[in-house]
Design a protein around this ligand. Structure first.
Ligand code: ASC
Length: 152
């Protein structure tokens, strides 16, 4: 009975360790993919921000669903920053992403952890005050990466 979990584990490990070249035919495709993922994540995160800041009515079920989507999509952009994907389509990605990979990875992981451990539980709680408290630190985790790695 251990076969299926082991197979799933192997498949997901392969999905995350394949070089970008194996997943994207052209650098342009990788850039488009990561821009799309970041756009989707930003769209749901902005909806949460509107609720947290009183610009949209608070709906606990919508907030929880939005945060689930942010959490899922937060894993996707990083596989599309492989070698050679600094050019190929208009991009705001700065060369530092490829020059300071450990720092970039650390920022990405910090954002994912903040989303999973702070934003998601707050949105699931059904309590607007918790969502308000979680929004700022999560936005800061987006901004920390943008400040160093995204062109103005
Ligand atoms: C958003 C969004 C981002 C972040 C960032 C936080 O809503 O789309 O990229 O918040 O602006 O500073």
């Amino acid at each position: 009975m251990k076969t299926i979990p082991t197979l799933l584990l192997a498949l997901s490990a392969a999905a995350f360790s394949l070089p970008a070249a194996a997943q994207f035919a052209k650098p342009e495709d990788a850039i488009k993919f990561r821009q799309s993922a970041l756009t989707v994540m930003g769209t749901y995160f902005s909806r949460l921000g509107a609720m947290a800041n009183g610009k949209a009515p608070y709906d606990a079920a919508v907030a929880a669903a939005d945060a689930e989507l942010v959490a899922m999509v937060s894993h996707l952009p990083w596989q599309a920053f492989g070698p050679g994907t600094d050019k190929g389509r208009e991009t705001a990605a700065r060369p530092e992403i490829w020059q300071e990979q450990a720092k970039f990875k650390e920022r990405a992981e910090k954002m994912q952890a903040t989303v999973a451990q702070t934003l998601l539980p707050a949105a699931r709680s059904g309590n607007l005050d918790q969502l308000k408290a979680a929004f700022g630190p999560t936005a800061q985790s987006c901004k920390a990466c943008h400040d160093d790695f995204r062109r103005k």
